[in-house]
Design a binder for this molecule. Structure first.
Ligand SMILES: *[C@@H]1O[C@H](CO)[C@@H](O)[C@H](O)[C@H]1NC(C)=O
Ligand SMILES: *[C@@H]1O[C@H](CO)[C@@H](O)[C@H](O)[C@H]1NC(C)=O
Length: 350
């Protein structure tokens, strides 16, 4: 929908918005780690669907997406980006959220139906007392028959307060972040070929009814008695090279600068400390990895870095053996959960 929209006037309007905003409040530096500039909703995004269910805050710097029995809702970046940092602080709906999906992702599926690229952060709701799960995925050039899903629990209650979630995409690496912790890194390689996203993408944020699959493979559906389900997005960040949607050429003369800035940014560098933090996160919270799902993929992917010590912790269907009820109490002390349901039954979703 954003393609074909005249962009020049939009840019001019955005510039005016920036100016008038500056008079009221300086651009807010993003909290928690990253040195990035946050945008107001109108500076970088537009409603995508369910307009009536998209509610901006009075200052325009955050937006709430509602899901009720009539509709979900979503927004989209006004521009396409060839590489970038796509980030937001997100607070998820609490209480009974089975079947609810909150997605924060980049895609170009509207422009390249058969050869689209996509990077996913998807939050899968749950029945009362059970944790939300986070799923990441990577598609390149229409590699939809090769899902690269990973799923994780979170080390905090994502409904209690907003946390920053980010997707970094450069020409040779993809890093997913939860707050300042990298949770997944995908490095471009020859062998991965076009499965590594290569074409410009837009940022999407949506809330929708995923009753057919989101919770225990569709066993638990959305219960609208608990609606509206509200997800709040703030600290909005879009950083990278903007592209013309028609010609797919850089909009900014300084695209090389944008690329260089991205590549040099702290969030693009994997220090030994960050690698260690990522390894720890994955050890503690990863509940599924496509790399260890030998039932689904008898031949592993070239981008899978099979770590024998890690592999031992997974079943042949890719599910973690470790993150089960037996180990849950150990995690209780350092997070906010006190739900016995989690302990009494292993997560058996999809
Ligand atoms: C944050 O980024 C700006 C420009 O991108 C830079 O001038 C500033 O020094 C950075 N601040 C820190 C603390 O790194
Ligand atoms: C993507 O797939 C199409 C069709 O299979 C192919 O023609 C193209 O070369 C591939 N690579 C890119 C980067 O588009």
């Amino acid at each position: 929908m954003a393609s074909g929209f005249p962009l020049a006037p939009l840019v001019a309007i955005a510039a005016i918005v920036v100016l008038s905003y500056a008079a009221v409040a300086a651009p807010a530096p993003a909290r928690r780690g990253f040195n990035v500039t946050t945008l107001s909703f109108d500076e970088g995004y537009a409603p995508l669907f369910g307009d009536g269910n998209l509610v901006r805050s009075p200052d325009g710097r955050s937006v709430r997406l509602h899901l009720n029995r009539y509709s979900g809702s979503g927004f989209i970046s006004s521009d396409l980006y060839q590489h970038g940092l796509f980030s937001a602080s997100i607070k998820l709906p609490s209480d009974y959220t089975a079947g609810v999906v909150v997605a924060f992702y980049t895609s170009n599926g509207d422009m390249f139906e058969k050869t689209h690229d996509e990077l996913d952060l998807e939050f899968l709701g749950n029945i009362k007392g059970r944790e939300w799960r986070l799923q990441t995925n990577v598609y390149g050039n229409g590699s939809t028959s090769r899902g690269r899903e990973e799923r994780y629990l979170l080390p905090f209650d994502p409904t209690a307060q907003a946390h920053r979630y980010s997707i970094l995409w450069t020409s040779n690496t993809i890093i997913f972040y939860v707050d300042e912790t990298p949770i997944r890194e995908v490095k471009r390689s020859e062998a991965m070929g076009d499965d590594f996203p290569s074409k410009p993408m837009m940022l999407y944020a949506t809330i929708w009814d995923g009753s057919t699959w989101a919770t225990s493979g569709g066993k638990y559906k959305v219960n609208y008695k608990y609606s509206p389900f509200i997800s709040e997005f703030s600290d909005l960040v879009l950083q990278g090279c903007r592209m013309d949607p028609i010609q797919l050429l850089p909009l900014d003369e300084q695209c090389a600068d944008a690329e260089a800035e991205l590549a040099a940014a702290d969030y693009a560098r994997m220090s030994p400390e960050k690698r260690q933090a990522m390894r720890k996160f994955r050890e503690k919270y990863m509940t599924y990895s496509f790399c260890y799902d030998t039932l689904r993929y008898p031949t592993t992917f070239p981008d899978c870095d099979i770590v024998p010590s890690e592999q031992r912790r997974f079943r042949e269907n890719g599910d973690s053996k470790i993150i089960t009820r037996h180990r849950r109490p150990k995690h209780r002390n350092n997070n906010k959960f006190s739900n016995s349901a989690v302990d009494s039954e292993r997560q058996t979703d999809i």
